[in-house]
Design a protein around this ligand. Structure first.
Ligand code: F6R
Length: 247
């Protein structure tokens, strides 16, 4: 495990971008799993800029979106796929049809959506990079507290915290009940697992993630079982851990 603490969200995001670029330079044909949500947005800006400046070539890279709210698709502003398309995929020099994969939250056959993404991940022999935000309850994707670690992809009933906090992404209040997500089995087996968190509101869950009991009650804590786990924080999110272990 490696913990990186940067002064600002902006500096943290640049470092995360550099980490991804170095991996892709080494292995252009990677499969990258990306979270939606607010935390990665600045990293996405840096990735777009790097792609424009030819610092990184994504032409051989495959992207898979981490998760989706069941019942939502690209048309809904705030859905995971909307966020990723508008803030990243559409602005990269890539073939959207061939290089971008995601769960269709509007599908009538969600199990088949799981199969589709599982098949993709297996074809690549696992995820290369997973770039994940951390929920206030420690969820990774929609792997909510007490989730089964052995799920590869699944449809998960949302925790109350997620239902409430999730409203921040939408213009109107939505009835959020289930999420469809890449499961912990795949995420924890990523060749590089990158968690990111910024802002004071994440300080408590960051502390639990890094220093609490390793338990599926706090899914993000399970990342500590993995040697290739990187966590990037800004100063505010690291507030509760700054005096621990000489950080
Ligand atoms: C988003 C996702 C969620 C978020 C997490 C943090 O696709 O899967 O797990 O990463 O809830 O959200 P933000 O970044 O908005 O604080």
């Amino acid at each position: 495990m490696k913990i990186f603490i940067e002064n600002t969200y902006d500096q943290m995001s640049r470092k995360v971008c550099d980490n991804i670029i170095s991996y892709i330079k080494n292995k252009p044909k990677s499969l990258i799993c990306l979270a939606g949500g607010d935390t990665p947005l600045k990293t996405f800006e840096y990735l777009i800029q790097a792609n424009l400046n030819d610092e990184v070539d994504f032409s051989q890279t495959t992207f898979v979106s981490l998760d989706e709210w069941v019942g939502l698709g690209k048309e809904t502003k705030g859905s995971c796929i909307y966020t990723l398309y508008k803030n990243l995929y559409e602005k990269l020099n890539i073939d959207l049809e061939k290089q971008v994969h995601f769960f269709d939250g509007l599908s009538k056959d969600l199990k088949n959506e799981c199969k589709k993404i599982n098949h993709l991940i297996e074809k690549f022999d696992g995820l290369d990079i997973s770039l994940l935000g951390i929920g206030l309850n420690g969820h990774l994707g929609f792997n909510e507290p007490n989730v089964d670690e052995n799920i590869d992809c699944g449809i998960i009933e949302l925790d109350n915290t997620t239902k409430t906090v999730g409203q921040k992404y939408f213009d109107t209040n939505l009835d959020l009940k289930y999420g469809i997500t890449i499961g912990l089995k795949h995420l924890l087996n990523s060749k590089r697992l990158i968690l990111i968190a910024n802002g004071e509101k994440k300080a408590e869950i960051v502390e639990k993630t890094l220093y609490g009991e390793i338990s599926n009650n706090v899914p993000s804590s399970l990342a500590r079982k993995k040697p290739n786990f990187f966590i990037y924080l800004d100063r505010l999110a690291s507030k509760n851990i700054i005096n621990k272990n000489n950080i």
